[in-house]
Design a protein around this ligand. Structure first.
Ligand SMILES: C=CC1=C(C)c2cc3[nH]c(cc4nc(cc5[nH]c(cc1n2)c(C)c5CCC(=O)O)C(CCC(=O)O)=C4C)c(C)c3C=C
Ligand SMILES: [Fe+2]
Length: 487
């Protein structure tokens, strides 16, 4: 199985966005009106609350596919203009391998090019992909991450309808479309789309849906569908978890190269949960702290390059990230672990540089291992100084986390910096929204158990939030995320 990170320069087909079905929808509905028990099949594969204006424009669209790159002249997208540098010509030529192309030498370029210039007109494919969007997708610059708890009154069918509505909404949002009328015709009507993304491009938006352990219970008749390795994470040494940033029955990870596009997606999707679920916690992240193929390695808020040694090879995705065919309905999906990690930034900023570099086992500017010269040099954990001391401290972050020292185990990190402003003490309230994907959550647990006990970095960080979710495979055209749960 070849499972490339989809750098996604193609647009889904008209069928994939459910436009045909929507053209049959003439009535405008409020997406938050989920309190009525609905027939999920009435929602499947289409957005139930699309206004006719949008539908008309959608059916006009002409797919100008050039390999994986697709642009739609006269398109419905909120902004028709090409933004940024590197525009259509560059994509048309470079992305010939398509959204599902094998990656490596022939891979389409990442969402950002070598100069890290963002094109806000790029879309990422959603339907009919081998894997869910937003995992292997080259990390976009911003995220809005939100979790939800199902309401005590929610029935299985409510969950089913919500997943169907989310799916249809996500498909449109990822195309850069609104999910309905911003300015309804009837003066007494409530807008379906909140409108703040009007005029903005798709910005490589992906929305990744997670299903928490709490939904796989007898209460929803889903106990026998529980993904084999999905269970609450154990307590890990050093955890200082706070209830308000922990857990959740459902999660949405929206990532985009425009923060307002990510925010808009979450806002519109969160409106749909009314009556079925409640928001639980959210984090707005910026400055992706991991790199995809072709992307420069970004920096975390401690000033170090983060993401240098991450999963990049297709074989490693298959081995460590994607669930195989033996995973039944979750085949092609993965497990998402999220940790809200606070940093004591002011203290860190007064630490001497040699100490900072010892903590990570890398240099600050270049990001080279202390045993090497350049960022991508392989660390030599056995190297010693003239005095016989290890060059890379065995309790440094990389020595503890590296696959060489963990029976070959790797995880895919897809983290973001975040800030919540100031805390009550007047200190910077910021840190890392650590997000990892793995086909066995135990791989995260094993690493974090070591890091939580021994990592020199622990003096400057605090894990205050934690959650785990199963991420189902990508939906098929006409279907919805997690559909197999209800069959
Ligand atoms: C349990 C997994 C991990 C947590 C939690 C974690 C937190 C965390 N990491 C940084 C900064 C860096 N991490 C780096 C490397 C790295 N980190 C993990 C795992 C966790 N990090 C792994 C598996 C690795 C790769 C190790 C290797 O193979 O060498 C680096 C070095 C650059 C890089 O390779 O990405 C930095 C910097 C912070 C700030 C943080 C919590 C706030
Ligand atoms: Fe790390």
């Amino acid at each position: 199985m070849t499972n490339p990170p989809e750098t996604g320069r193609s647009r889904d087909s008209a069928e994939a966005t459910g436009r045909r079905d929507r053209s049959q929808t003439t009535d405008r509905q409020d997406p938050s009106a989920t309190t009525d028990r609905q027939d999920p099949s009435a929602v499947t594969g289409r957005t139930p609350d699309i206004d006719t204006d949008t539908t008309e424009r959608s059916t006009e669209q002409v797919s100008a596919t050039s390999g994986g790159a697709t642009r739609k002249p006269g398109s419905v997208s909120r902004r028709a203009l090409f933004a940024g540098v590197g525009g259509a010509a560059a994509f048309g030529v470079a992305a010939g391998a398509g959204g599902m192309a094998a990656f490596g030498a022939e891979a389409p370029p990442a969402a950002t090019d070598a100069e890290d210039i963002v094109d806000l007109n790029v879309t990422v494919p959603f339907y009919d992909q081998p894997h869910p969007a937003g995992v292997a997708t080259a990390p976009q610059r911003y995220t809005v991450y939100m979790t939800f708890d199902l309401a005590a009154t929610a029935l299985t069918q409510d969950l089913q309808v919500l997943l169907a509505r989310w799916t249809a909404g996500i498909a449109q949002l990822m195309q850069g479309e609104s999910i309905g009328a911003v300015e309804p015709d009837r003066p007494d009507a409530v807008a379906t789309d909140t409108g703040e993304a009007e005029g903005l491009g798709p910005a490589s938006l992906t929305v990744t849906v997670g299903l928490g352990p709490g939904i796989f219970t007898d209460a929803y008749g889903l106990a026998d569908k529980r993904p084999a390795l999905l269970q609450d994470l154990p307590r890990i040494p050093g955890d200082q978890l706070q209830e308000e940033f922990t857990g959740g029955d459902l999660s949405l990870q929206a990532c985009a190269d425009d923060p307002q596009v990510a925010y808009h997606a979450i806002r519109d999707l969160a409106r749909m949960v009314t009556g079925t679920a409640h928001t639980r916690w959210a984090v707005m992240g910026f400055g992706r702290a991991s790199a995809g193929p072709g992307q420069q390695t970004p920096r975390n808020l401690l000033g170090f390059k983060d993401g240098t040694r991450n999963i990049t090879e297709a074989a490693d995705y298959d081995r460590f990230v994607w669930l195989g065919e033996d995973a039944g309905w979750m085949s092609g999906g993965t497990y998402q672990v999220v940790r809200k990690i606070m940093m004591t930034i002011e203290t860190w900023d007064f630490d001497r540089i040699s100490d900072q570099q010892q903590i990570f086992g890398r240099t600050k500017l270049e990001g080279a291992p202390l045993t090497g010269q350049a960022e991508f040099d392989t660390p030599d954990f056995a190297a010693t100084t003239a005095e016989g001391d290890p060059v890379i401290d065995p309790t440094s972050h990389i020595a503890l986390a590296a696959h060489e020292n963990n029976d070959g185990v790797k995880i895919l990190r897809r983290s973001y910096n975040f800030t919540d402003g100031m805390n009550p003490e007047g200190l910077l309230d910021a840190g890392l929204l650590f997000i990892s994907y793995q086909n066995d959550p135990e791989n995260f647990v094993t690493l974090q158990q070591k890091l939580g006990r021994f990592d020199l970095l622990n003096e400057y960080i605090r894990h205050v939030g934690s959650a785990i979710f199963a991420v189902p495979p990508a939906p098929r055209t006409g279907g919805y995320i997690g559909q197999a749960l209800f069959e």
